[in-house]
Design a protein around this ligand. Structure first.
Ligand code: GDP
Ligand code: ZN
Length: 339
């Protein structure tokens, strides 16, 4: 008997198994068809639209295919040297969250690079405004606006101020999905709960300092915000290693990119070459030192990721050619994820 095939959306990764929601609201835990994983090394992530075969009398669905993604949030896989890891797919906006009283501009730059790289609309939400006095908060907002540029909305949010949460809700257009990023403890789950008006996510008690003893959510789940769009909190996104971020870096550092265009040498590395416009701006004080360092570090990280990818590619080729020449009995089982 033929299986039923249905189209649904991955709303959560449940211990590695995608949880798929169908248009009628039904939820089904799924696994991947072998062909998908072995043949294409494809795995569904949150936000993916998938075709699911539902074998009669089976308690799990089988994901047969994944629809092409409109957008992906990609970082370097923290456990692998040269592989990307997709954290979410098919969203329209990325919200970067940091507490207004503890903004880390270097981290914000990295988060913005990754957010811009997706091509989605980008918003910065500065949380826990009730813990910082208004004057100080406003100063931080101005600094973050300067950093993020005119395309990015910067909002100040506090648990104690319902109107501030409303401003976030207005960003979540019905029918769209928003991805929320930021290190653990910044108040992402709290924000989602306030948006929904119910405790849909568990809020962590953060011990300041070493970060140990945190009790934060581990699941990533798409949540429907009543009267608005959907939002997915991405907890535990600790290491945000760059993967494919040239365009993101360009978008996050338009000032430096513009200067770089005026350097005498096209391949200027802005490390003391004659006629370097970036160096000149540093000396004139119009380009802050920290911003320059951050730019250089992110560029350097991108270059080294590219090197590793190139190395891995070459190694794979050599392995494949070795196997073709010296092994009998056809191609060996490929261990693609270890390359
Ligand atoms: P997440 O790890 O980013 O999801 O952060 P949580 O939402 O779990 O929040 C971490 C801690 O910050 C919890 O103790 C929250 O109660 C607290 N918190 C979150 N939002 C606010 C806020 O607007 N004001 C204050 N004072 N505390 C907040
Ligand atoms: Zn230069």
């Amino acid at each position: 008997m033929a299986d039923t095939v249905r189209t649904g959306e991955v709303v959560k990764l449940d211990r590695g198994y995608p949880l798929v929601r169908f248009p009628d609201g039904a939820l089904l835990r799924c696994e991947h068809a072998t062909a998908l994983v072995k043949g294409h090394d494809q795995r569904a992530v949150i936000g993916d639209v998938v075709e699911v075969a539902v074998p009669a009398g089976h308690d799990k669905g089988v994901i047969a295919s994944i629809a092409p993604r409109t957008r992906e949030f990609v970082r370097k896989d923290p456990t692998e040297r040269a592989l990307p890891q997709v954290l979410a797919a098919n969203f329209e906006r990325v919200i970067v969250a940091q507490p207004v009283g503890e903004v880390n501009l270097r981290r914000l730059e990295r988060e913005l690079v990754l957010a811009f790289e997706t091509g989605a609309a980008v918003t910065v939400v500065l949380t826990k405004a009730d813990l910082t006095d208004d004057g100080a908060s406003e100063a931080v907002v101005r600094r973050v606006r300067d950093l993020a540029g005119p395309a990015v909305d910067v909002l100040l949010v506090s648990e104690a101020d319902a109107a501030s949460v409303e401003a976030v809700r207005r960003l979540l257009a019905p029918g769209t999905t928003t991805v929320l990023i930021g290190r653990s403890g910044v108040g992402k789950s709290s924000l989602v709960n306030m948006l929904v008006g119910a405790e849909v996510l568990e809020v962590g008690a953060v011990r300041e300092g070493d970060g140990k003893g945190r009790h934060t959510t581990v699941s990533r789940e798409i949540v429907e915000v009543p009267g608005a769009g959907r939002i997915v909190d991405m907890p535990g996104v600790r290491g945000l290693g760059l993967w494919d971020a040239d365009a993101g870096i360009e978008a996050a550092f338009p000032d430096i990119e513009a200067l770089a265009g005026q350097c005498r040498f096209r391949d200027c590395t802005h490390t003391g070459e004659p006629g370097c416009a970036v160096g000149a701006a540093l000396e004139a004080g119009t380009l802050p030192e920290g911003r320059y360092e951050s730019y250089q570090a992110l560029k350097q990280e991108m270059a080294s990721v590219k090197d590793r990818r190139e190395q891995a590619r070459r190694l794979n080729k050599e392995k494949a050619s070795y196997n073709r020449h010296y092994r009998k009995g056809g191609p060996p089982a490929r261990k693609k994820r270890r390359s």
